[in-house]
Each structure stands twice: as C-alpha cells, then as structure tokens.
Design a protein around this ligand. Sequence first.
Ligand SMILES: [Zn+2]
Length: 126
Amino acid sequence: MPQEYDDLPFQFDHIIARKHGGPTTARNLALACFLCNNHKGPNIAGRDPRTGRIVRLFHPRRHAWRQHFQWDGAHLMELTTIGRATIAVLEINLPHRIAVRQALIEENVFPPLPEKLPAQKRGRTT
Ligand SMILES: [Zn+2]
C-alpha cells in the first residue's frame, strides 16, 4: 500500500522487536503501514498455515521481496513458506484490505510501478 493512499501515516517497525533484542538502528527499522505493523506486533516468526511449521517472517533488510511474494490483482500471493507465514501473521489479505487495493487498482495507482530493472547485459553480436 503506498503511503500517499493510506489514511494513516506509516510507522517505524522494529523488524526484530525490542523485546527480542532488536536494536533501534536503521538496519532493524522498516516503514510499515499501520495495519501491517499492528498485525505484526513483536512477532518475528509465524505458523505456516499450510504445514503448521513455525517459519521466520519476511525480513525486509535481508530478504528480496520478489523472491517471497507476488501480486495477483489485489491479492498478495506467497512464493515461499516465509511469504505464506508473513501474509498470515500480517493478515495482508483480509477482505477489507483487498477491497482498498482493488479500488486503487481501478484508479491505476496500485501496485506501484516496478522498479526499473538494471539493463540486461547483451551478448556481443558478431
Ligand atoms: Zn502494510
């Protein structure tokens, strides 16, 4: 969810919560929307709803978003167990959250444009 379309200001989340020894340093902070931050709370892991196993949550400083998630319209789909546990703990696909994203899709402002990929190296032509 882009900040400019959210009613509430984004918050600084301690990726590893202070109660788990996470420091208040740039490497351990991430901007999060109010809903994600509140659903995450101090959690650093969650139960994979498919396997029941405990899985660490997505770490936005250490993990690549595109390896764990992809958008399917307004639904966030998991690509990994980390993605699945994170979507579950943060309740990212609650119906009202999907409805907001769907409205933003209809306004052509969601998902945000993908970052430009670095130019691919091209093989030499001979
Ligand atoms: Zn969020």
